[in-house]
Design a protein around this ligand. Structure first.
Ligand code: ZN
Length: 224
């Protein structure tokens, strides 16, 4: 079945397209909902819907309820703005983690990526984006004031920036660093250089230059 609806823009009325594509508007609605998700095309959406169709009504209801419950009950941690089941997230409330080391990230996906490395034992602060004037995103739209407040209130010894190495990320670091001028907190950033498995000759000049400037002892690189 062709999942695209090319005839919609042609001389045929829309209902012909619907009849040609689906014999059920219920199926079509479900396919359209799945296809509205990022990275999901109509063919994949149709496969998902047909899979659900094979499940029992109870199983599908459970599926829908979990999605709905997630959206309705999800909270943002009052301290770090990470997603949470409670007012304070499980990372912030974990006494085994270093509460004075704060990793500043752009969004939730970065938290998940860093947590997946199992190499970080501090806490986080989720900015909710980075400063990008061209996109109309200024500091006031991000969780920057909350971060400055945390530094003043909590005894934070190190702030580790884990932002994407681009103009927006660097602008955000620069802005926050300026705001914290005179405050006794160590400000660091994740290392920038050649990606593991990458080819040196294909690296751009800036990445290569930074890799040389930020060179490190082989012992620490090998993780000993
Ligand atoms: Zn938290």
């Amino acid at each position: 079945m062709n999942s695209t609806c090319s005839v919609r823009s042609g001389p045929f009325p829309a209902y012909i397209c619907l009849i040609m594509q689906f014999s059920s508007s219920l199926i079509e609605n479900a396919v359209n909902e799945f296809a509205s998700l990022p990275g999901i095309g109509k063919k994949t959406a149709l496969r998902m819907v047909l899979h659900l169709l094979k499940q029992s009504p109870d199983r599908v209801r459970d599926f829908g309820e979990k999605i709905s419950k997630m959206r309705k009950e999800i909270k943002f941690c009052q301290r770090c703005f990470n997603v949470s089941d409670a007012d304070i997230c499980s990372i912030c409330s974990n006494s085994m983690r270093k509460q004075d080391l704060v990793c500043v990230v752009e969004n939730l996906r970065d938290v998940i990526a860093i947590e997946s490395t199992q190499q970080y034992n501090g806490v986080y602060h989720v900015l909710g984006g980075v400063i990008s004037p061209l996109d109309g995103i200024g500091p006031e739209q991000l969780n920057i004031e909350g971060l400055i407040y945390r530094v003043g209130k909590e005894q934070i010894s190190e702030m580790l920036f884990a932002l994407s190495p681009n103009i927006q990320g660097d602008t955000t670091i620069y802005y926050i660093q300026k705001k914290l001028q005179g405050v006794p907190v160590k400000i660091t950033t994740i290392a920038r250089g050649i990606a593991f498995g990458g080819e040196l000759e294909y690296a751009d000049e800036m990445t290569l230059a930074r890799s040389i400037t930020n060179r490190m002892p082989v012992d620490s690189y090998m993780g000993r």
